[in-house]
Write a protein that binds this ligand. Structure first.
Ligand SMILES: Cc1ncc(COP(=O)(O)O)c(C=O)c1O
Length: 367
């Protein structure tokens, strides 16, 4: 009898649960996890020390408003700390934003190969996710605008996007914002902003500061190396900050995360090292994998999307099995409607070279 028991709200059981990247390769001694876009350099020493120091006071609740962390973020980016909200990863904030603004019958637009948390967060509220087609694996502002209806309450845009690594220039983001109705909230997810080296890119800070319907989310999980601690932040107009603060958990960010986040954002030398490492190896991987005859979508983030043929013996799925046996764990992206591709995070020099060598072997070539 299932009728006489608590039922989740309509739509919840239609959600396809998020499946994180694999982290193990059975029977392999040395594993290189390149499946979740973590940094191969890890956090800096001062960040680890700050985290450890909190172990002396685990009995105390954290500061529920994370004020010292918001202050540090404000200093680093030149922002008003009152317009920042911290969360247990940007996932937490994306879900809070969805819960604060979406309800049954609303629509929220994301792009076809956009980050999977958007449709999940949307469906969790009873609203309907609407997928806008992309052009060349890149968000297409006109395609998004075509799908706007009076029911559209939110547009999620990852810029750069995961898992494609592509971005749209700031002019295009501004064009999108200008054409949206005032009641629709534009959520700019800039999880990979720190890696981008393009003059026409802007993470969203300027738009948040000058409009009423834009919010930007950021994470400490990527370049800052704190994915395990779950720490993210958002910057928004005062009225959005107020709404999100009303529904977030009172202690949604833990004390070790606050301490480590403050140290991480101040360790600019470590951030720069991580950025340099990424720029160098992103270019190298794109070129070397391309030379093997596998197209790589040009990426501005810390990962590459590698496309495989559909020929038997050469498919993405078979490549994944081949690499996993060698301890090289990439990410299958069928759930992102990319069944013929694998996503690879930029790793250490050793990992990057091993993947290129293994891919060459897989294709019967010599790297
Ligand atoms: C585009 C994008 N947004 C948000 C996140 C979530 O990051 P967090 O670890 O802060 O929840 C990710 C993580 O992979 C991501 O790729």
């Amino acid at each position: 009898m299932t009728a006489n028991r608590p039922q989740p709200r309509p739509g919840v059981l239609d959600i396809a649960p998020y499946v994180p990247g694999k982290s193990s390769a059975p029977g392999v001694a040395k594993v290189f996890k390149l499946s979740s876009n973590e940094t191969p350099l890890g956090p800096g020493e001062s960040t680890i020390a700050a985290y450890r120091a909190v172990a002396e006071n685990l009995e105390d609740y954290p500061d529920g408003s994370a004020s010292a962390l918001r202050q540090a973020i404000g200093e680093a980016f030149g922002l008003d700390p009152a317009r920042i909200v911290c969360g247990a990863g940007s996932d937490d904030l994306l879900n809070l934003i969805a819960r604060a603004y979406l309800t049954d019958g609303d629509e929220a637009i994301h792009t076809t190969h956009g980050f999977l948390v958007y449709p999940i967060a949307t469906q969790g509220t009873g609203a309907k996710p609407v997928a806008a087609p992309e052009t060349n694996f890149t968000a297409d502002v006109d395609a998004i605008l075509k799908l706007v209806t009076p029911r559209t309450k939110m547009v999620f845009l990852a810029n750069p996007n995961n898992p494609t690594g592509t971005y749209i220039p700031f002019d295009e983001v501004k064009r999108l914002q200008r054409a949206l109705p005032g009641h629709a909230l534009l959520v700019l997810d800039a999880a990979y902003a720190e890696y981008v080296r393009r003059n026409d890119y802007e993470s969203g800070i300027e738009l948040v500061a000058t409009t009423d319907n834009v919010v930007m989310t950021r994470t400490f999980s990527k370049i800052y190396g704190l994915a395990a601690l779950r720490l993210g932040w958002m910057y928004g107009p005062a009225h959005v900050v107020d709404a999100v603060n009303r529904i977030r958990g009172p202690f949604n960010v833990n004390a070790p995360a606050i301490a480590a986040g403050i140290a991480a954002i101040r360790d600019t030398a470590h951030i720069e090292r991580s950025r340099e490492h990424n720029s160098r190896w992103l270019a190298w991987l794109t070129e070397e994998i391309g030379k093997l005859g596998l197209p790589v979508t040009p990426s501005v983030a810390n990962f590459v999307l590698i496309h495989f043929p559909e020929t038997q013996g050469r498919t993405a799925k078979e490549a994944d099995t081949f690499l996993t046996k060698r301890g090289l764990i990439l990410r299958q992206v069928s759930a992102y409607k990319l069944p013929n591709a694998l996503r690879m995070s930029v790793g250490t020099e050793e990992a990057n070279r091993l993947v290129v060598k293994a891919l060459a072997e897989f294709l019967g070539k010599t790297a």
